[in-house]
Ligand binder design. Structure first.
Ligand SMILES: NC(=O)c1ccc[n+]([C@@H]2O[C@H](COP(=O)([O-])OP(=O)(O)OC[C@H]3O[C@@H](n4cnc5c(N)ncnc54)[C@H](O)[C@@H]3O)[C@@H](O)[C@H]2O)c1
Length: 415
């Protein structure tokens, strides 16, 4: 098979590599020439794809900025970003751009699959009309399907192959094509009746997490006031063998998905006179968390007769989650901005994020940031973080991830 992947990011690159490893010829198209150059050098920029895998597939994966190279593929998968505008409305710019370019080279018999997360109706109402600008008819001359990506960056227990893949087709024949296609790299395919069902499935998964994280974050704020240990409560509840799923509180939601995707659904629901109250409320609670974290830091310093202004604050971990260097919507960045505005002197340590250009900061060693600090704040705890060294090395430690549990120390404050 010849496979095209449009958008070689966290979603597109692992998929492109998986097909190349399966012996298929893959052409990846990305508008970012730096990514194309990196792949040409055989190096990876996505943590979940080791550089040696890129080198190992060699010529079977070719990256380019030219859409024209997609004219010869059997299947084209679109995995471009679906962000929000400044007004927090869906920004389909990259997706519509990709559709327009693809239409120019579309051929009879090709299958086009959208993987970008989006609201129900996008594939049929927005992508198909663009592709049909080619003069070809969807469902007759070419096939169209939607299949959400369930990748969880940094996770190793479930892979593309072992995570069931949900697929919806524009027509039953489109569905059959897409099921056969994904069968090459996924063990289990879950067929749904339409592209809309597949689109909404992904949003349900993300809204479910957003709502549950918001619930436990709200309880964390309440626990703070009531003097109850939220971590103990969550762990105790998680001993129930049925009917409960453990979600951890934290400094707020980050990444490309959870802070963004639910708003795609909320936006579309308005067209149907339907306010999605759960979605909006969860977003509100989660967005409040970085502000609550700053309040907690301020109180901790106050206990030590210090103010944020003038204090040397060491931030440990700035990416949005453990094990990845992704800064998108990271609550750590929000917390740092707020502390900076209050006059805090910031330094940070994150082995996966060498620079924060927006804040004009560079990562220092753990010892480096702890030396002379007034306070260390654990915002993201990457695997292998020496938590004891932080507690021993800083006069005051605030932990928003619960990783200091089990350590008894008078200089320790936990969410
Ligand atoms: N990252 C995740 O964990 C994850 C998980 C599931 C679903 N998704 C969804 O998958 C989609 C892609 O996310 P991602 O994290 O891979 O994003 P990303 O930013 O890592 O990668 C997207 C790539 O698309 C490229 N691009 C942008 N516009 C383009 C265009 N018009 N033509 C060609 N390339 C273009 C960008 O340069 C970038 O390399 C989004 O809809 C996202 O919501 C992401």
């Amino acid at each position: 098979m010849k496979v095209g992947v449009v958008g070689l990011g966290y979603v597109g690159l692992p998929l492109a590599v998986a097909f190349a490893e399966g012996g298929h010829d893959v052409v990846g198209v990305d508008t970012d020439s730096r990514k194309v150059d990196a792949l040409a050098r055989g190096s990876s920029y996505v943590e979940d794809v080791a550089g040696d895998r890129i080198a190992a597939v060699g010529e079977r994966l070719r990256a380019t900025t030219r859409y024209a190279d997609l004219a010869t593929v059997d299947v084209a998968v679109i995995a471009v970003p679906t962000p929000l505008t400044d007004n927090r409305e869906p920004d389909l710019g990259p997706l519509l751009g990709a559709g327009t370019e693809l239409a120019r080279v579309l051929q009879v018999g090709q299958l086009v699959v959208l993987e970008s997360t989006t609201y129900p109706g996008t594939t049929r109402e927005r992508l198909v009309p663009l592709l049909e600008e080619s003069g070809l008819a969807a469902g007759r001359d070419f096939a169209v399907a939607y299949s959400p990506e369930r990748i969880d960056p940094g996770r190793t227990d479930f892979t593309l192959r072992t995570t069931p893949k949900v697929v919806g087709g524009l027509t039953p024949a489109c569905l059959r094509r897409a099921v056969a296609f994904y069968g090459h790299v996924c063990d289990e395919i879950v067929e749904v009746a339409s592209t809309e069902s597949a689109e909404l499935t992904k949003l349900l998964e993300n809204v479910f997490r957003s709502v549950n994280i918001a619930l436990v974050n709200e309880l964390a704020i309440l626990c703070d006031r009531m003097g109850i240990d939220i971590w103990e409560v969550v762990d105790a509840a998680a001993t129930k063998p049925y009917g409960f799923m453990r979600f951890a509180p934290g400094p707020g939601m980050g990444g490309h998905c959870l802070p963004v995707d639910p708003f795609y659904l909320a936006w579309k629901a308005r067209e149907y006179d339907m306010p999605t109250a759960f979605v909006e409320l969860a977003g509100e609670v989660n967005q409040k968390m970085p502000y609550f974290c700053v309040e907690k830091i301020t109180r901790a310093l106050n206990e030590h007769a210090k103010s944020v202004r003038g204090s040397k604050i060491a931030i440990v971990g700035v990416s949005y989650k453990a094990g990845v260097g992704d800064l998108r919507e990271s609550p750590a960045v929000k917390i740092m901005r707020l502390l900076g505005r209050l006059g805090g002197q910031l330094a940070y340590h994150d082995e996966l994020v060498p620079k924060l250009p927006d804040l004009e900061l560079e990562s220092d060693s753990l010892e480096g940031v702890l030396a002379d600090s007034d306070l260390a704040v654990i915002v993201t705890a990457h695997p292998g973080l020496d938590v004891q060294a932080i507690v021993d090395g800083a006069p005051l430690v605030v932990d928003f991830r619960g990783v200091t549990r089990g350590i008894e120390a008078s200089n320790l404050v936990r969410l």
